[in-house]
Design a protein around this ligand. Structure first.
Ligand code: PLP
Length: 408
């Protein structure tokens, strides 16, 4: 049963009070980016109005305050995902940069011709192209875990793809299109049995459920602040400490060294080795505020609320004649991809927008998945903690209006 107290959270998000095209804003595009609660906006404003300075450099009061806030943010993230030490948290611009960092810093160093990188056809381009390119650079090969007809990774399929030559497995925890929740802990076991390293794209899972990296069995985990009520331009790479120690830095410059002479340089310890240049300090502070906000609501509550919305929307849309819904029926995360027969998804999204309903239409940065589905693009509604039953009704109503508009 829906947690009615979560419905009150809408008032924490100022943008949700803004009418769009004369209608109440029904924001169903949180898989692309989430809206920000006032506390996160306030945390960024407070940083810039009270504490702004560069970090890890100067000794003046503002610099020390900024450094403390920045490192506290790292501690907050570490505790949030169950990292064993804060040095395992590398701040990046987002999931994309985190995954590229693993591909460049780890895969390039350790892969050799004949090695295999196992991926799935449901990956976001961010968790596919870095591996395609790493394979080209190192002579390794890409291998695919084939999906079940409803878009799931079965353990049998994972077992068939992961073998003696597998050195890395890179999969998403939750699909940003199909809403599939992948059996990451079991995939970790299969990967570790052959001494492969598991990279998890957690962009769509960390915002929605409690995550403990040790229970998950991942070796690297990537996620984005902006998909969990935090600011844009800040993200996280978590890696197991020894693997991060072995990885090479990929951004060279200020603050990532211990010593530089005319010819050579040596690298700083973790995590600074990977954080060359001035980091997104206010972003990290905003991300910590977002984490405190989510923890205040409770990650278990958020998980049951958003999964319930995803499953309800799946059922509701599937029951509408002329609508095709993609992905597994159960369990289904907070993302529902669909098409209205004979209407282009961009036209669907445009009619929706005229009604104040914000969804995404397109290939969702998952073109191999579109090829697997046999479509060029889909519409996608995605939910977060501020959505409710009424939003699902608005979604269903918008589909009926779309059908009427196109005279179906
Ligand atoms: N992976 C998944 C599953 C995503 O949904 C996204 C964003 O949509 C990304 C990776 C990339 O995230 P970012 O654009 O924040 O780097």
């Amino acid at each position: 049963m829906m947690d009615v107290t979560l419905v009150d959270l809408k008032k924490d998000f100022p943008i949700l009070a803004r009418p769009i095209n004369g209608h109440r804003l029904v924001y169903l595009d949180s898989a692309a980016t989430t809206q920000k609660p006032q506390v996160v906006i306030d945390a960024e404003v407070d940083f810039y109005t009270q504490h702004n300075a560069n970090v890890l450099r100067s000794v003046h009061t503002l610099a020390e305050e900024a450094t403390t806030l920045f490192q506290n943010a790292r501690h907050t993230v570490a505790t949030f995902v169950g990292a064993t030490r804060p040095e395992e948290i590398v701040f990046t611009r987002g999931t994309t940069e985190s995954l590229n960092l693993v591909a460049r810093g780890f895969a390039d160093k350790f892969l050799k011709p004949g090695d295999e990188i196992v991926v799935s056809p449901m990956e976001h381009h961010s968790n596919l192209i870095p591996w395609q390119q790493a394979a080209k650079r190192t002579g390794a090969k890409l291998r695919y875990i084939e999906l079940s007809p409803d878009g799931q990774i079965t353990l049998e399929a994972a077992q068939a793809a992961i073998g003696d030559h597998t050195r890395m497995v890179a999969v998403s925890h939750v699909s940003n299109v199909l809403g599939t929740i992948n059996p990451v802990a079991e995939i970790a076991e299969l990967a570790h049995r052959v001494n492969a390293v598991l990279v998890v794209d957690a962009a769509q899972s960390v915002p929605h459920q409690p995550i403990d990296v040790s229970q998950l069995g991942a070796d690297f985990l990537a996620f984005s602040g902006h998909k969990m009520c935090g600011p844009t331009g800040i993200g996280v790479l978590w890696g197991r400490y020894p693997l991060l120690v072995e990885s090479d830095p990929v951004i060279y410059g200020g603050e990532m060294i211990t010593y530089v002479d005319r010819e050579t340089a040596t690298w700083a310890d973790l995590p600074e080795k990977f954080e060359g240049g001035t980091p997104n300090i206010a972003g990290a502070v905003g991300l910590a505020a977002a984490i405190h906000y989510l923890e205040g609501v409770g990650m278990e509550r958020i998980q049951s609320h958003t999964q319930e919305l995803g499953e309800m929307a799946f059922d509701r849309l599937q029951a509408i004649p002329g609508v095709t819904v993609y992905g597994p029926k159960r369990p289904h995360s907070a993302v529902v991809a669909f098409n209205v027969n004979r209407v282009h998804p961009h036209d669907v999204a445009q009619v929706f927008d005229s009604l104040g309903v914000a969804i995404r239409a397109g290939h969702h940065c998952a073109q191999p998945l579109m090829q697997w589905l046999g479509v060029g693009s889909t519409a996608r509604a995605s939910f977060y903690l501020y959505n409710d039953h009424q939003d699902i009704e608005a979604l269903a109503h918008a589909i009926e209006e779309t059908k009427r508009y196109f005279r179906q």
